[in-house]
Write a new protein. Structure first.
Length: 154
C-alpha cells in the first residue's frame, strides 16, 4: 500500500514537471551566409567548417578567421534578429529559449572575442530578454541595431 502511494506521488510530480518543461522550447539560429574561413562547433564536438543552412542550437558556437564573416538568423525564417559575426570572432549561443505559455523569449549570446553586428527585432513581451555577454560585461537590448566588440588581451 505504501509502495502504491509512493508511486502515485512520484507519477504526479513527474507529470507536473513535464508540463512545465513542455511550455519551454529551444530555439535555433540558421547559418545564412559564410565568407572565408568560418567554423562551427555543435553539440560540444570539435570545430568543423560552417555550412550554410545549418541550424545551430543552444550551446553551439561559431568562429571566423581573418578576412571572414558569417551571418546567422535567429529563429530562421521568423528572424528574431540577424547576427553578423565579423572576422577573428568567436560567438557561443549560450541561451536560446522560448516559453510559449508566457509569451517570452530569452536570447543570450556569448562573445568571447571579436565583433558582432546585431539587427534585433522588437521583443515579444516586456519579460523577454536579448543580451550579449562579453568577458567583462553584459549588454541588454529591446530592439535595435548595435555592435559589440571584444578585443584580445595582450
Amino acid at each position: 500500500m505504501k509502495a502504491l502511494r509512493l508511486l502515485c506521488i512520484l507519477g504526479l510530480i513527474l507529470g507536473i514537471s513535464s508540463l512545465a518543461y513542455a511550455e519551454t522550447t529551444t530555439r535555433f539560429a540558421t547559418i545564412k551566409q559564410v565568407s572565408g574561413t568560418v567554423e562551427m562547433k555543435v553539440s560540444k564536438g570539435s570545430w568543423m567548417p560552417a555550412i550554410v543552412g545549418t541550424n545551430l542550437k543552444q550551446g553551439d558556437a561559431i568562429r571566423t578567421k581573418a578576412n571572414s564573416t558569417a551571418t546567422l538568423l535567429l529563429d530562421g525564417k521568423a528572424e528574431t534578429a540577424s547576427v553578423e559575426v565579423k572576422q577573428n570572432s568567436q560567438l557561443t549561443l549560450a541561451e536560446l529559449i522560448a516559453n510559449k505559455a508566457q509569451g517570452t523569449e530569452t536570447t543570450l549570446l556569448d562573445l568571447s572575442l571579436g565583433e558582432i553586428l546585431i539587427k534585433a527585432k522588437k521583443l515579444h513581451s516586456e519579460k523577454s530578454r536579448f543580451e550579449v555577454k562579453t568577458p567583462t560585461s553584459i549588454v541588454g537590448v529591446r530592439g535595435t541595431t548595435f555592435s559589440v566588440t571584444v578585443e584580445a588581451v595582450e
